[in-house]
Design a protein. Structure first.
Length: 764
């Protein structure tokens, strides 16, 4: 019997992980006929073929929950001050893992989670749309490394994914496919969530897909978390109605708490005044809570504050007011997410299925997000706006924070606080603040140590083999025709029994790497080499060297031992080198590199048709060069109006539209909207409507000209202005969904004439 198990795991897992011996491997695509054919039915012995794989009797349901962009010290289950009663319930009746690690970024963590392999081993050294032509970075998830959904479906499970997928390459995420790299092509029976190439979404106006088709906007305008939970409950309800004894796998991955932090005012107000003591006091309180809970060692001390974070008492009154509202918004967003998780858990309980459901909660796909720097992000501003101008403007419009008209991300001070007790943030693979997250395992049927705590080292790739062992499923040698390569994670099932809680850890070696920042863990020691990226540059030059921490005794890296143990550093460097060669980590990236590959690469002219929609990463961008937009339409005698092409939303974007019989081009950037209206009306009949956007001064200056049937009908110099971006919206032809680029019309403002096509010319 062939075993596709890493050598570290031999002898550690039960026979449930042995490949090739499972029920799924027993059936050929067309089972051999077992009866006897005669000339008549009397002479015939019928035999109904077994075409379905049936799960083992009593097989548990499985729910994986993945929270986005959240630190170790955020939620109440791990000592944080954000109330998460439903996650607390799972932790108090299950197990908390205090030494669990993820990748420093979203897509790599998800690739490692779903496949049970290291991020570079499954080609996700970074994002799919920022991929390079080497095996560790091309962004195409290998079919030879099956997802957990493919494995469980082969074992008789129904499989559902909701929320954020983020693993489909941008070149594959259009309606041309191929769809075998979408969620439904990688083992999920159904998918309801973000465009599969996107890592973020507007919470109030999300771009959603059902399986492989764009979902219409919710007519009730409900928050995306509510929509995702509703759909999860519907999937479970329909499945249990049709097949009560059939187990399901639910992968619930909401976008919370990724930016934009958007949630209703009632959730924000729930935290009004709760954080008034500031972020320095927050860190002190949370560390005290963590020590009392036992989720950090008793001797843990606060790490030095991150560079650029001012002491709370040195902030101005307006800065405190603004930053407090940021934290109240984030906390409300997380608590609302917890409520939706609770709705799903409660529904499973109502069905009488909770005791036989394995729930895994990864509280984070990386550490807390620090991309908004010292001031946070809320509204758009002119590039030359000063700190005081930004704060004054945002304080005046504070009620917009959390609404559809904000793109909120909290400032570094709160990011650092919610990462207590660790240093630095998401993106820093060398620091625990980038990779150390809470993990919760809930399985009433098997877990007897209710509320227990486990300190063994674990990594995100361990979740798949843990699930395989606890459910008793088998992993076939071949899935969908592809011979399977070894699982690289290590099952945590050995830690579940109360008598095993202090067993030595079995995941003893693990590398980390993200855009040039890297580290290696081995047997309680960690060597790390911090590096900066363009987006996250904060490190003093003195930090950019090898560091050494005995993390089994120094939980949050406060005592650098590199100078004392140079031989240990050399040993660990050699281990990193071996792991890097083994798992496709080389060549290392020295900075934030993005190619932004999309489905239109190499094409200077694109023809779009009415109703077409493209995700912001799959489509070309209007960022770096001049462009021309030409709409071919027929206008009835009574006139027509509506959007010809839109890209972006109320915060930033462009819109080319007709209103009051005039042609209009809207350019929205830097917190201001500039609109150019044609000097003459759009005539009836067949017309060509054109807009030229001309870049000069290295792209800093921009000018717009409008044409009707090649006659110039308007021009405007925009001066120095930033590039209008898409925000979280898609490119739309013949409409503008979500919040509109221009307030002059209401969504979707679909074009009422006969729009034949829109041609975008990207060549100068």
């Amino acid at each position: 019997m062939k075993q596709l198990i890493n050598s570290k795991q031999i002898g550690l897992l039960s026979s449930a992980l042995l490949l090739g011996g499972g029920a799924a491997a027993q059936y050929s695509p067309t089972p051999a006929f077992q009866g006897k054919i005669g000339k008549t039915l009397t002479d015939t012995q019928e035999s109904i073929p077994q075409t379905r794989v049936k799960a083992a009797e009593g097989a548990p349901n499985v729910v994986w929950i993945l929270i986005d962009d959240i630190g170790y010290g955020a939620i109440s289950a791990f000592g944080g001050l954000i109330e998460t009663p439903n996650i607390d319930r799972l932790a108090n009746q299950g197990l908390r893992y205090t030494n669990y690690h993820t990748c420093a970024f979203s897509a790599p963590t998800r690739a490692a989670l779903l496949t049970g392999r290291n991020q570079h081993s499954v080609h996700f050294g970074f994002f799919a749309n920022s991929s390079y032509g080497t095996p560790g970075y091309d962004g195409y998830l290998p079919f030879e490394k099956a997802t957990v959904a493919e494995i469980l479906r082969e074992n008789g499970y129904n499989t559902f994914a909701l929320g954020k997928y983020h693993l489909t390459h941008s070149t594959d995420s259009t309606q041309a496919g191929p769809f075998n790299r979408w969620p439904t092509g990688r083992g999920f029976d159904h998918y309801f969530g973000f465009a599969p190439d996107l890592g973020a979404n507007d919470q109030w106006h999300p771009v959603l897909y059902r399986d492989t088709q764009r979902e219409p906007e919710d007519p009730q305008g409900r928050h995306v978390n509510e929509l995702l939970a509703n759909e999860a409950i519907r999937y479970i309800s329909d499945q249990k109605t049709a097949a009560p004894d059939k187990p399901f796998f639910l992968y619930f991955a909401p976008g919370a708490g990724h930016a934009p932090h958007q949630v209703s005012k009632e959730w924000i107000d729930k935290y009004r005044g709760k954080f008034d003591a500031g972020w320095d006091k927050y860190r002190e309180i949370v560390l005290k809570n963590q020590i009392e809970l036992g989720v950090v060692p008793a001797n843990t001390k606060l790490a030095p504050q991150n560079p650029g974070v001012k002491p709370w008492d040195q902030l101005s009154a307006d800065e405190k007011k603004l930053f407090l509202r940021h934290m109240e918004t984030y906390a409300g967003f997380i608590s609302q997410t917890d409520q939706e998780i609770g709705r799903i858990v409660n529904f499973i309980e109502q069905l009488g299925q909770l005791d036989n459901t394995l729930i895994v909660v990864s509280v984070g796909d990386n550490g807390a997000e620090g991309a908004a720097r010292e001031l946070g992000r809320f509204l758009t501003h002119a590039p030359d706006a000063t700190r005081d101008q930004i704060v004054a403007k945002e304080v005046q419009q504070l009620d917009l924070l959390g609404t559809e008209y904000s793109s909120a991300l909290y400032p570094d001070g709160w990011t650092a606080a919610t990462n207590t007790p660790f240093r630095y943030y998401k993106g820093y693979a060398s620091y625990e603040g980038g990779t150390h997250d809470p993990l919760i395992l809930f399985y009433p049927k098997r877990i007897k140590d209710k509320g227990g705590i486990r300190h063994q080292y674990s990594y995100v790739s361990d979740i798949l083999p843990t699930t395989v062992e606890l459910t008793g499923v088998k992993v076939p040698n071949i899935i969908n025709g592809y011979p399977q390569e070894p699982v690289e994670g290590v099952s945590l099932a050995y830690t579940v029994a109360p008598e095993n809680k202090t067993l030595p850890e079995r995941h003893t070696v693990q590398y980390h790497e993200m855009v040039g920042s890297y580290a290696i863990y081995k047997d309680g020691w960690k060597a790390s080499f911090p590096s900066d990226t363009d987006r996250y540059s904060r490190l003093p030059e003195s930090e950019k060297k090898w560091h050494l921490y005995h993390v089994s005794e120094d939980f949050n890296e406060t005592d650098d031992l590199a100078a004392l143990y140079p031989e240990k550093i050399r040993e660990l460097i050699d281990v990193f080198d071996a792991e890097a060669w083994k798992y496709n980590v080389y060549p290392l990236k020295s900075h934030w590199e993005t190619k932004n590959l999309n489905a239109f690469n190499g094409r200077n002219q694109i023809v779009l048709y009415p109703g077409s929609s493209f995700t912001r990463t799959s489509v070309f961008r209007f960022y770096s060069n001049s462009y021309r937009i030409t709409a071919h339409a027929e206008i009835p005698k009574t006139g027509a109006e509506g959007v010809l092409l839109s890209f972006g939303n109320a915060l930033s974007g462009i819109s080319f539209y007709v209103k009051n019989k005039k042609l209009v081009f809207a350019y929205n950037a830097d917190g201001k909207l500039v609109e150019l209206t044609s000097e003459k009306a759009v005539p009836a009949g067949t017309v060509t409507l054109k807009a030229d956007v001309i870049y000069s001064n290295g792209g800093k200056n921009k000018a717009i000209s409008l044409y009707i049937d090649d006659e110039k009908v308007g021009t405007k110099d925009l001066g120095i202005i930033s590039n209008a971006s898409s925000g979280y919206d898609a490119l739309e032809t013949g409409r503008d969904l979500g919040t509109t680029v221009s307030p002059a019309y209401k969504a979707p403002f679909a074009f009422t004439g006969n729009l034949k096509k829109v041609v975008v010319d990207l060549s100068d």
